[in-house]
Design a binder for this molecule. Structure first.
Ligand code: ZN
Length: 331
């Protein structure tokens, strides 16, 4: 029956793989089920054009759409020890790391960059939920310290975008040590009189919520973001009561005084610019005069290529489905 393996199966496979191709052009909204054309979705910063649901956005894409002309410089982050505990669950920790690096094209779960937003210099750090649930390990701690040091050195405000399932369990106590480390780093900024602004994105949970993500001078969240220490399921099981509608979501927390603002991603750049300039004692920017950011389907500012409509835009490998926080992180 070799002909089945050698002839029939490859034929069937080739038929199916050909059909899969166009699917990459469409993304289904998790909230309303609308099929969204990838270009339309990325031009709207991964916010559903139909219902306003905020999908995940990778740090690099966020920076492209935040900094003037999509131009930014990465701030180097010292590499910590790899696998200090020799940790192994179903997979070895170094194997898990390699898979995450391959899947995301990033080195670790946080990206630090400096650049200008509306001609106002800032340092930004963004956490990557698709990299092992954005979990806070030694690298993330180092990244926050590097970001705070750079901000102090250049006298710039620090804007941090949080997204995490919590601490990285593969680094045990060393990951929990990042809570005091990052808190001390943020304190450096405060002592230097520089603003620290946190944008909480979906989801920000566990030890991250118990440290640097809640220390901002201004606390902003994206709509619908889950922000908590222990998640709603855990609380429900512990107290054996039904939780109120929208519990631990951004809007609920705003209503209960835990946040200053809930701002849609599409308005975030303008709002951050206004806040940063106000806190730095600079005159307000004239929004109409400012250089625009870039679109992440096209990359940083460059002469526009002709007929990009039909050509597949150059993209990194599609982000794999983000691992649930349980897989790489704990509270
Ligand atoms: Zn939707």
């Amino acid at each position: 029956m070799n002909w089945i393996n050698n002839y029939v199966r490859p034929k069937i496979n080739s038929l199916f793989s050909r059909r899969e191709m166009p699917e990459n052009l469409w993304t289904k909204c998790d909230a309303c089920g609308t099929m969204l054309f990838h270009r339309e979705l990325s031009d709207n910063l991964n916010v559903c054009t139909s219902c306003g649901h905020h999908m995940g956005i990778r740090p690099r894409d966020r920076f492209l759409t935040l900094f003037d002309g999509g131009i930014f410089t990465e701030v180097p982050v010292p590499t910590p020890l790899t696998d200090p505990l020799g940790f192994r669950d179903q997979k070895k920790y170094p194997d898990r790391m390699r898979a995450a690096q391959k899947g995301t094209g990033e080195k670790e779960a946080m990206l630090v960059a400096e650049g200008e937003i509306g001609r106002t210099p800032v340092v930004c750090a963004a956490q990557d939920f698709s990299f092992m649930g954005g979990s806070m390990g030694m690298y993330v701690g180092n990244a926050i310290i590097a970001a705070a040091q750079r901000a102090v050195e250049r006298r710039r405000p620090l804007i941090l975008f949080s997204a995490a399932g919590g601490a990285r369990m593969q680094e045990g106590i060393l990951s929990l040590m990042q809570m005091p480390r990052s808190t001390v780093a943020i304190q450096m900024l405060k002592e230097a009189g520089l603003p620290y602004i946190v944008v909480l994105t979906h989801p920000t949970t566990g030890g991250v919520t118990a440290s640097y993500a809640m220390l901002g001078d201004v606390q902003i969240a994206e709509p619908g973001a889950l922000i908590c220490f222990a998640g709603p399921r855990v609380i429900e099981q512990t107290i054996r009561e039904k939780l109120p509608e929208g519990f631990q979501r951004a809007e609920y927390l705003l209503e209960h005084g835990m946040l200053d603002r809930v701002t849609p991603r599409t308005k975030l750049r303008e709002e951050l610019l206004t806040i940063v300039r106000m806190l730095m004692g600079l005159p307000p920017a004239v929004i109409a005069d400012l250089p625009p950011p870039a679109s992440f389907s096209q990359g940083p500012a460059e002469p526009e290529a002709e007929d990009t409509e039909n050509a597949a835009p150059p993209r990194r490998p599609a982000p794999p489905d983000a691992e649930p926080p349980e897989a790489g992180a704990k509270g």
